[in-house]
Ligand binder design. Structure first.
Ligand code: AMP
Ligand code: ZN
Length: 112
């Protein structure tokens, strides 16, 4: 399957990795919308939040266990935002489940 984030997870496309384990990987967004902008993805291909189900939801739980560790490592002690765009109306551009971590400045009421 031709998927950008599957290729990043496989190490075929370089990225600025900030966290990796057997199941998930986190890397810096190539077009940061905030001083800290990190994407956290499962290595397994899940197209979007719509693809989360009983068989794979533990990966999402694992991502949310790791997000606070990443935020702490990035020094986001004043807060941060976690966003997942699902589908065209949300502006999802990469069809592989990902969670944006945004922080490092006060964020407006929209995504960033
Ligand atoms: P979304 O619009 O929610 O699907 O988010 C996709 C994100 O992926 C955008 O913020 C892009 O800037 C980011 N992105 C696209 N290509 C890359 C890449 N090669 N490395 C890191 N981030 C990327
Ligand atoms: Zn993928």
């Amino acid at each position: 399957m031709d998927c950008l984030f599957c290729s990043i997870a496989a190490g075929e496309i370089p990225s600025a990795i900030v966290y990796e384990d057997a199941e998930i990987i986190a890397f810096r967004d190539i077009q940061p919308a905030a001083p800290t902008h990190i994407l956290v993805i499962p290595k397994a291909h899940i197209p979007s939040v719509d693809g989360v189900c009983a068989e794979n939801s533990r990966l999402v739980a694992h991502i949310f266990e790791v997000i606070p560790q990443i935020a702490a490592a990035e020094g986001l002690s004043n807060g941060y935002r976690v966003v997942s765009n699902c589908g065209p109306d949300a502006g999802q551009t990469v069809p592989h489940l990902h969670f944006h971590i945004l922080g490092g400045r006060p964020l407006r009421s929209e995504m960033c």
